[in-house]
Design a protein around this ligand. Sequence first.
Ligand code: UD1
Ligand code: MG
Length: 453
Amino acid sequence: LIKEDEYKFPALQANLGFSLLAFIISIWLIPKVSESFILKGLKGRDLLKSGDKLNGPWVPESLGLPCASLYLALMMLFIPFPFSHLFKSHSFSSPETFPQRELTLYLSSLLSLLTATLLGFIDDLFDIRWRHKLPIPIVSAVPTLLVYYSVGGVTSIVLPKSIVGWLSSIGFGGFMKGNIVDLGPIYYLYLIMLPTFTTNSINILAGINGVEVLQALIIAISISINDLIFLPIWSINLLNLFGFKNPENGRILNWAIGEVVNRHLMSLYFMIPLIGICLGFLWHNWYPAKAFPGDTFCYFTGMAFSAVAIQGHFSKTLILFFLPQIFNFILSCPQLFGLVKCPRHRLPSYDEKTNLLNPSKVLFDSSPPKKTIIVLKLLSILKLVKLEYDVDDNNNKEYIKSSTNLTILNFLLIHFGPLKEDKLCILMGLIQVLGSLIAFIIRYGVGSWFYGG
Ligand code: UD1
Ligand code: MG
C-alpha cells in the first residue's frame, strides 16, 4: 500500500540528527556567551530570589539570540536534505521537475523567522512600546501569507450542521456551500493576526524561571505529534489505537500520498530541531536560572509556530495548542488595554521568609473608576482575581484597595499557592499538556465538525 522510501524519511532522520546537534550545541553555547551578554548590558536581576535585589548577581538576558541564531544556521544547513532524493536521480537540474513550491515554503518561513528574531532583539534592546510592536509581526507574516496564497491556501471553514441550519434560517444561506463557508479576506485577516498573537502571548506568559521555554517546548512537541498523525505509517495505527476518526473522512489513500504529507513533513523539519533548542536552553533556564530567554526567544519561537501552521494549513489546529495562552491573554486584557493599572512587572511576588511565591498585587491609591470596579468584581466572582477592600475615612465607604495581577500564574497561585518557583513552573507545564490533550480531543474527536483539513 505505502512505500516508505517515497516519503523522504531519510531527510527526517537527518532532521533528528540536526535536532540532537541543536540540543548539544545550545547546552555548550549558552554558558560560553553569557559573560559577553552581561558585558554588553544584556542582563537582568532575578526578581524572585532571596538576597539584595539592587546589588545581587546579574543573570544574562536575551539568550534567545544565540538560540535563534543556532536554529537558523542549522535550518539553513538542512535546506538541501528534503531535496536530496533529487540529487541521486539528477532530475534537480530541470527547473520544471524541481519542487520549487516546497523550497519557497521553506525559504519564506526562514524569512519570517529572521524578521521575528530581529524584532525580539530590538525589543530586548529598546523595550519597544506595545502599539509600535504589534504591527511588526504582521509585516513579517506577509511573505508567508503570499506563499500561502500562491499554493491555493484554503480560506473556508466547515461548520456543524446545527449552526448551518440556524445561519440559513436567518438569511446567511447564500454564503455557504453545504456546510462549508468561504471566509475569503476574513480568513486572511485571521492569518495576519496569528503571528502577532503567537509571539506576544508567549511573551506575556512569563516571569518565572523556565516558563517561556517550557511552554514553547510543549507546543513544539504537540505540533510534531499532530504532524506525525498525518504521516501514513504512524497515523493509521495511532488513530485506530485511540479510536479516533480518520481526519480526512476515510480517504486514507488520497491523503497518504502527496500534498498533505509534504506539508506536515515540512512542519516536522522545523519543529524537531526547535524541540532540541528548547531542551538545550531549558537546561540553563530551569530554576534557578543561569540565563534568561528575553523577548528574542518568545518572538522567534512564536513565529516558528505561526509559520509552520500557515504553511502546513493547520492554523486552526495551532490555535488549540495555545489554550493556556488564550486564557492568559483574555485575563490580561483589562491590564493590557488600560482599564486596570498595569505595572512594568506582573510576575508573582516572592516571600523571602518562606522561599515561596504568592500572587502579586496591583494597588489603587484611591477608589478606581466605575468601569474598572465592574470588571474587577466580575473577575472576582469568577474567582479569577482576589480583591482587597478598605474603608475610606472621609465617607466611610468601602473601596477596592488592591487586586491580584491579571495573569494565569497569579490565578494559579490564588488557588494552589503559595508555591515554590519551580513547582509553579511544573504546574504551568502540566496545564499546557492538559491544554494540548484537550486540543487533540477537539481536533480529532468533536473536531470533524469544524475542521475540513
Ligand atoms: C513581560 C510581562 C511582565 C513580566 C515580564 C517578565 C506583560 C504585559 N508583561 O514583560 O509582566 O514581569 O514579562 O519576564 O505581561 N525575570 C525574572 N525571572 C524570570 C524571567 C524574567 O525575574 O524567570 C525578570 C528579570 O528581571 C528580567 C526581566 O524579567 O530581566 C525580563 O522582562 P522582559 O522580558 O523584558 O519583560 P516583558 O516581556 O516586557
Ligand atoms: Mg519578555
